[in-house]
Design a protein around this ligand. Sequence first.
Ligand SMILES: CC(C)(COP(=O)(O)OP(=O)(O)OC[C@H]1O[C@@H](n2cnc3c(N)ncnc32)[C@H](O)[C@@H]1OP(=O)(O)O)[C@@H](O)C(=O)NCCC(=O)NCCS
Length: 167
Amino acid sequence: MLRSSGSNKPPEVSGLKLRKLTAKDIPQIIAIHSAINKKKAHRRWIQKMVKDHLRKQEGIGYVAEKDGGVVGFIIGETKGEGFGLEKSGWLEVVMVHPRHMGMGIGHAMAHKLFQEFVKRGIRDVHTSVLWDAVDMLSFFKSLGFDRSPFINLIKQLGQDGEREFSP
Ligand SMILES: CC(C)(COP(=O)(O)OP(=O)(O)OC[C@H]1O[C@@H](n2cnc3c(N)ncnc32)[C@H](O)[C@@H]1OP(=O)(O)O)[C@@H](O)C(=O)NCCC(=O)NCCS
């Protein structure tokens, strides 16, 4: 579980506008994704991810606009009680275009998401991060996230003869 501190005030970023994510933002989200990953983004997968998000009542998404263009986006959602958790908020994806990183845009978007979580009665915010993504870990730590009591487990299918049991 990762708990947001909620105490850090986001820095003011001049000329920054945060607004709700819409389907019209998909091309710019794909461009940001491609710029970060330095390879062509999986257009279909991103389209589906954003559209699925927009359909969900529990979904919350914002984009950051600067000089008329989308320079970052954040997607989160709320989840009901379960798996030993009370109602919780999840920060699913956050990305800032490399040309605009390090200016406080990631923080501004995260705080906007946290404000909405608070309005929805959420106390704990969760996220997960690749263990060696030092930049992301540092970003989340700067937002007040800490180590969760949960551990993620993984199992590769096909190693224990699962296919033999298929009907
Ligand atoms: C992580 C990311 C969202 C941060 O956005 P940002 O606008 O650059 O971050 P901010 O300017 O708000 O940074 C806030 C703090 O986070 C930390 N931080 C951000 N980027 C960092 C980096 N590359 N290395 C180390 N710390 C970093 C710093 O503590 C920073 O505070 P400081 O500037 O006072 O030192 C952005 O760098 C990004 O999109 N990275 C790639 C994301 C990605 O791969 N997402 C996929 C999985 S969700």
